[in-house]
Design a protein around this ligand. Structure first.
Ligand SMILES: [Zn+2]
Length: 85
């Protein structure tokens, strides 16, 4: 991949409003949040392959994505506490 924006997408959907699409490199089904910036949607496996090829990466996260991740982690922690773990 040349100098371009890439949105790393997951293989699983965690939120009801996640967007389903296909990896721009391999065509695998992937999911991303609805508010991600422009850029190629790429699956984790393709990103890992590219990282090994010497591509220089700058990683960014939107404020909204950070809030969603924090909410997810808080809910997960609360569930663990309730379960006594
Ligand atoms: Zn891929």
């Amino acid at each position: 991949m040349e100098d371009e924006s890439v949105v790393v997408c997951g293989p699983t959907s965690y939120f009801g409003d996640d967007v389903k699409t296909k990896c721009a490199l391999c065509g695998a089904e992937v999911f991303h949040r609805p508010h991600v910036p422009d850029g190629k949607r790429v699956c984790c496996a393709c990103v890992v392959k590219e990282m090994g090829s010497g591509t220089q990466w700058a990683i960014a996260i939107t404020a909204e994505a950070a809030r969603a991740a924090i909410e997810y982690l808080r809910a997960e922690r609360a569930n663990r506490t309730e379960a006594g773990n």
